[in-house]
Design a protein around this ligand. Structure first.
Ligand code: ADP
Ligand code: MG
Length: 382
C-alpha cells in the first residue's frame, strides 16, 4: 500500500523575490495519489512541479500543509524514512563503477547480503532489458541505456513511491516515445505508486492515469487524460492540453431571435442552436471566448450556409493530415483535416464549427461555462 495525500501544500520562498514579498512557488495544492496509481504533474516551466516533487521526496521543506503517506504525516521525516525513490532528468551515475555496481550501491549501504544484491540486480536488469550491459561503464552506454540504469537504481530498492522529474527530457524524440512505452510496462510490472513530472503534455497524456495540471504554483485541474481534453475547466487547461492548441476566438453572445455568437472582428457570426441556447442565455451581451479544437472545424465546399469565411494564411501537409492557418481579425485559427487536400495561400474558405465541441469561457476569468446540461434541465431540475 502506498497512498500519497497532499493537504493544502504550499512552498514559500521568502528570501528571493523581495519586491514580490512572499513568493509562493507552490500555492495551496491538495490531491490524493491512489495506491498503484500513475499520476502525472504537468505544467509550463517554472510552475512549481519540481518544487512540489521535492517536497514529497523530503528534499525541500514544506512551508504549509500536510503530506501523508499511508495515513502518516511525513513533513518532518527524512527522505529515507519516507521510503521514496526519485529519478531526475540529470541522473548522475558513478562513472568509475560498472552498471552492476551503480545499481548495487544503495543496497550495499543498507547492508544487504551479496547474494541478495546479486538476485536483485539480475531481476532489475532483466526488467529493464540491460542484462548485457551489467559489466560496462556508464560512458560506453547510449543515453537511453544510461537512463534505464538510473531507473534501475531507483527500483532496485523497491520503495513505496517512485518520483520522476522529467526523466526523459534529455533523450531524443524517438527514444523518448520508446521509453514512454517502457515506463508504462514497468509500472504494470512493479505495480507501484508513481508520481511523474513533465512539461510535455503529450508525455502526460500518454502516461498518466490521472493528470494534475499546474500553472503558477496552482492546481488548475486534476482529471483523466480524456476528461482534460474533452472537459477542461478553464482556458489554461483548454489551451495547454492538445496539439496543435485549441483555437480561441474572442467575441460576444448576442440575442436576435435566438442566440448567436459573433467574434470581435465580426467575420464570424452564427446561430448557436437549441442545446447551447439553454445554457448560454444568461451570457447575452457578455464578452466570452469561444474555444474550438482544430479537428472540430470543417471546410465546407457544398455551398450551403457556413459559419465563417476566412482567408488561408499558410498550410502544412503532414502526409496523414493537413493543418490550415486562417486569419480572423488580428488572430489566427488552425484547422486540422484528416487528409491532405489541394489548397492555396490566399484562398477564401467556408468553415463550419461543430456545435457539440464548442467550449465557451468567460473572458474576464477564463472559467469554462457549463454547457453540458441538456435543454430540458433549464427548469432547475437535473
Ligand atoms: P518547474 O519544475 O515547474 O519548472 P520549479 O519548481 O523548479 O518549477 O520552480 C518554481 C518556482 O520556484 C520558480 O519561479 C523558481 O524560480 C522558484 N524556485 C525554485 N527553486 C527555488 C529556490 N531554491 N529558491 C528560490 N526560488 C526557487
Ligand atoms: Mg522542474
Amino acid at each position: 500500500m502506498a497512498e500519497v495525500i497532499l493537504q493544502n501544500i504550499s512552498k514559500i520562498y521568502s528570501d528571493v523575490d523581495k519586491h514580490m514579498g512572499r513568493h509562493k512557488a507552490v500555492d495551496d495544492i491538495s490531491f490524493t495519489v491512489y495506491d498503484k496509481e500513475f499520476m502525472v504533474l504537468v505544467g509550463p516551466s517554472g510552475c512549481g512541479k519540481s518544487t512540489l516533487l521535492r517536497m514529497i521526496a523530503g528534499l525541500e521543506e514544506i512551508s504549509e500543509g500536510n503530506l501523508l503517506i499511508d495515513g502518516k504525516r511525513m513533513n518532518e521525516m527524512t527522505p529515507r524514512q519516507r521510503d521514496i525513490a526519485m529519478v531526475f532528468q540529470n541522473y548522475a551515475l558513478y562513472p568509475h563503477m560498472t552498471v552492476y555496481d551503480n545499481m548495487a550501491f544503495g543496497l550495499k549501504l543498507q547492508n544487504f547480503s551479496k547474494a541478495d544484491i546479486k538476485s536483485r540486480v539480475m531481476e532489475t536488469a532483466q526488467l529493464l532489458e540491460i542484462e548485457d550491459e551489467l559489466y560496462k561503464k556508464p560512458k560506453t552506454l547510449s543515453g537511453g541505456q544510461r537512463q534505464r540504469v538510473a531507473i534501475g537504481r531507483a527500483i532496485i530498492r523497491r520503495p513505496k513511491v517512485f518520483l520522476f522529474d522529467e526523466p526523459l527530457s534529455n533523450l531524443d524524440a524517438k527514444l523518448r516515445s520508446q521509453m514512454r512505452i517502457e515506463l508504462q510496462r514497468l509500472h504494470r510490472e512493479i505495480n507501484a505508486t508513481m508520481i511523474y513530472v513533465t512539461h510535455d503534455q503529450t508525455e502526460a497524456m500518454t502516461l498518466g492515469h490521472r493528470i494534475a495540471v499546474l500553472n503558477k504554483g496552482k492546481l488548475m485541474q486534476l482529471d483523466t487524460p480524456m476528461n482534460l481534453y474533452e472537459h477542461p475547466n478553464n482556458k489554461f487547461v483548454a489551451g495547454f492540453i492538445g496539439s496543435p492548441s485549441m483555437n480561441f476566438l474572442k467575441g460576444r453572445i448576442i440575442n436576435e431571435t435566438g442566440l448567436y455568437f459573433e467574434n470581435e472582428s465580426k467575420q464570424c457570426r452564427f446561430s448557436l442552436g437549441k442545446d447551447l441556447e439553454a445554457s448560454l442565455g444568461s451570457y447575452v451581451n457578455t464578452e466570452v471566448i469561444l474555444g474550438i479544437r482544430p479537428e472540430n472545424i470543417f471546410l465546407k465546399d457544398d455551398g450551403s450556409l457556413s459559419d465563417c469565411s476566412l482567408e488561408v494564411l499558410a498550410f502544412e501537409n503532414m502526409g496523414n493530415e493537413q493543418l490550415i492557418y486562417l486569419s480572423i481579425g488580428s488572430q489566427t485559427i488552425i484547422v486540422r483535416r484528416p487528409q491532405t487536400h489541394e489548397i492555396e495561400i490566399g484562398d477564401k474558405v467556408a468553415l463550419s464549427f461543430s456545435r457539440k465541441n464548442m467550449l465557451f469561457m468567460v473572458d474576464s476569468t477564463g472559467q469554462v461555462i457549463d454547457t453540458t446540461v441538456l435543454s430540458n434541465a433549464g427548469s432547475g431540475k437535473l
